[in-house]
Design a protein around this ligand. Structure first.
Ligand code: PLP
Length: 412
């Protein structure tokens, strides 16, 4: 398939068994992909196949199943790493982006962040890229500061540069906002932060599933992503570190597998990345993540991004034409991923989502784990429709019709 070829959505939808079901007697229109994506049969089958034919613990047993399970787990690590341009040894399997930031908080932060240090994050972050730093700051006597936003929901680069003058120890920011859809120029931000002497962490939870990502080009010290937002299983994700950085860090969790030798009074550590994967790991879901990567690669990430830009352009045009519709975030789709957060007149987002659900349309409503951003937007909550490869113009039409039906009910 050519990278430029349009995605045949009807054909592709057949790969996702759940999309065949109805909700309240209506066709399921799934637009809650920023929360989690649906899984293609290839991913579901990989889990069934693992448990049916290869299940065993990894890195321990010399029997055939042990070797097969280890091979499947490690080949998924290779896939997950190469998908973002990293070496397998620099990728730690974690539960998801949240566990990745917490790993960095403990294993890097406890030792590296000192009293009086500044940790810089931004107003558009998910709580998983705020709260760990607040806790780290409280424990080590550091202070968390926030880069502000421009009125269109892009990052205020002037403010970023000003705050870099305070020589932050860590600069942690998202590649792509889960509310505004804003895509940050992460390579530029990392380069400037690094010149200011900071270590960088990029939250890639909403980027890796939707666009090509190369961590070498990004130039981050840490880069995190979640498998379940990219057609993979829940409970698996990745922390990718700059080469050599994991070696310098303390362990995260302690127990089996992460050690080399254990004596009565001390222990020594396994090689990376195993030093950070204590206990029995999430083998089957790692295998499932490998299958998700293979599936996405078979489509091509440029095409995934191209498809989402088309959906976004269409959604912005159609939805902003609805009276009472307020869109948040940049309208320029070259700096926006497939996320449409909005409010509709004075209809509460939870009421709207309930009415949409009756029409078979699944969106998310609430603060989206981004309360500082809600305060900046000066709203308690928003509604959010978010796309992936299996969404079509028909889905956006269904969303628009359902919003208009809510408008009739609430007399907008
Ligand atoms: N960062 C962003 C931007 C997100 O959208 C999310 C999830 O919604 C997370 C981090 C946390 O990901 P997880 O819940 O998979 O750990």
């Amino acid at each position: 398939m050519l990278e430029s070829e349009a995605i045949d959505v009807e054909k592709l939808r057949a790969d996702f068994p759940i999309l065949r079901r109805t909700v309240h007697g209506k066709r399921l229109v799934y637009l809650d992909n920023a929360a989690t994506t649906q899984k293609p049969k290839a991913v579901i089958d990989s889990l069934v196949d693992f448990y049916s034919s290869h299940n065993s613990n990894v890195h321990r047993s010399v029997h055939a199943l042990g070797e097969e399970a280890t091979e499947a787990y490690e080949s998924s690590r290779k896939k997950a790493a190469e998908f973002v341009g990293a070496r397998p040894r620099d990728l730690v399997f974690v539960r998801g982006t949240t566990e990745a930031t917490n790993l960095v908080r403990y294993a890097w932060g406890e030792k590296s962040v000192k009293k009086g240090d500044v940790i810089l994050t931004t107003t558009m972050e998910h709580h998983s890229n705020i709260v760990p730093w607040q806790l780290l700051a409280r424990r080590n006597g550091a202070v968390v500061k926030y880069v502000g936003l421009n009125p269109d929901g892009t990052l205020d680069l002037g403010n970023f540069e000003d705050l870099l003058k305070e020589a932050p120890r860590l600069v942690a920011f998202t590649h792509c906002s889960n509310v505004l859809g804003t895509i940050n120029d992460v390579a530029k931000l990392c380069s400037k932060a690094r010149s200011a002497g900071a270590t960088t962490l990029v939250d890639g939870a909403q980027a890796v599933p939707h666009m090509p990502v190369d961590v070498k080009a990004v130039g981050s010290d840490f880069y995190a992503y979640s498998g379940h937002k990219m057609l993979g299983p829940t409970g698996i994700g990745a922390l990718v570190a700059r080469g050599g950085l994991l070696e310098e860090m303390d362990p995260f969790q302690a127990g089996g597998e992460m050690i080399r030798e254990v004596y009565d009074d001390h222990s020594t550590w396994n090689d990376v990345p195993y030093k950070f994967e204590a206990g029995t790991v999430n083998i089957a879901d790692a295998v499932g993540l490998g299958a998700a990567v293979r599936y996405l690669e078979s489509i091509g990430m440029e095409r995934v991004r191209g498809h989402e830009i088309k959906l976004l352009d269409y959604a912005i045009k159609e939805l902003t034409a609805v009276k009472g519709f307020t869109l948040y975030g940049p309208e320029d789709t070259s700096v926006r991923a497939g996320v449409v957060s909005f409010n509709y007149a004075d209809v509460h987002p939870h009421d709207l989502a309930t009415i949409l659900d009756e029409e078979g349309v699944a969106i998310r409503s609430g603060h989206h784990c981004a309360q500082p951003l809600m305060r900046w937007l000066d709203v308690p909550a928003t509604s959010r429709a978010s796309f992936h490869v299996y969404n079509s113009y028909d889905d956006i039409d269904a969303l628009k019709r359902a919003i208009q039906r809510a408008g009739e009910i609430f007399k907008v």
